[in-house]
Write a protein of this length. Sequence first.
Length: 417
Amino acid sequence: MNEKANIQLVKKLNENNVLNLIRENGPISRNELAKQSKISKVAISEIVNRLDEAGYILEIGKGKSTSKGGKRPILLKLNPKAGYVVGVEIKITHTNIALANIESNIKEISLLEDEAGLPMDVTVPKIIDRIDGLLKKHKIKKTKLRSIGISLPGFLDYEKGAIQYAETLIGWAQLPLASRFIDYYQIPIILENDVNTITLAEKSLGAGQGKSNIICLWIGEGIGAGIIMGGQLIRGENGNAGEIGYIEVGNYIADTKKFKYLYKNQKYFGELLAEINLLKALKKSLQIDSLIQLDSSTSTFLHNLLQEGDQGNQAVQRVLDEYAYFVAVLCMNMIKTINPNLIILNGPVIENSEYLLSKIRSIVKRRMTNIPFKASTIVVGDLKKQAGIKGAITLALQTIFEPPVTKSYNYLNISLD
């Protein structure tokens, strides 16, 4: 890298550092920015002027004088109207689309309902039309749209901005998904796996705030884990880190008779812990004979059964005891191999069962007793149903607030110029 490029990189890193300090601590004075960033007051003034000219910050009045007296400092904060981002959460039968300002404040979430299995060429134009509608409704010019973050299931090709493989988005693999939006909007587009997106949201806005090493374990139609170490999302060599659903079950079952409700010779944890399998096990324990199809009505039914477990229904608790063991096994493996300071459990099953959470914690604590290091804290995520869409917004905001050298997203920073 030549000297000129080095100077430009340092300049951008300093701008990014100051912008993040204003974002996290505003209203804040120039003197306080210099103190926290360890950048000279002269350089801070130059950076603040550039950010002001670009429209990213506002002066909002004066703070208190120091104990020595003197002029009251001018306070700075982000300008919420400096730009907007869109978060898109693509699921099997619907898509959530959210418009937010650069302070992460959501102006509106729009639900786009659709039938399962539609091709990408049908779905993407509908999403674009809905985004345009939100911008028009809120009187926001397209030039103010800074980036779009897209959360979706499956394995992703981050270099190409495409899906490698997804069971639920049939026919989408290898198609240039990100390019469709880039061609239309001419802004950065960031794709991310749905579980990683939830993990980023919990780290920035939820239960993982202030933690540098966390794992989010999501359990729903399948299971997966998002991993953040040293504050950075870990994807692995091919972007498939955290695919714990493909861990084989057999090694963890010494006596199949102890798992008479849940275990039916499944090979992988993803099959064993899927919502549909839990529902079947609960119906067997409760001796309920009816067809099972996981939709909104059966999700409500499952929620009600989980509540009965909290209220002492032993037939429900017997199944949850089995379920807790397998979730605890995954938690313990992650504690031993990755050593996070926090494990966040997400998904409709764990979010609706205090009994299940208590059992998981109890098993982990008991079985980690003789291990010579501290077990991670286990909590339920804060963001619940909004975790995915808030994560997509967090993705989009990375193009503005993440340092350029980290490159943890698909397309590099837009300039503040």
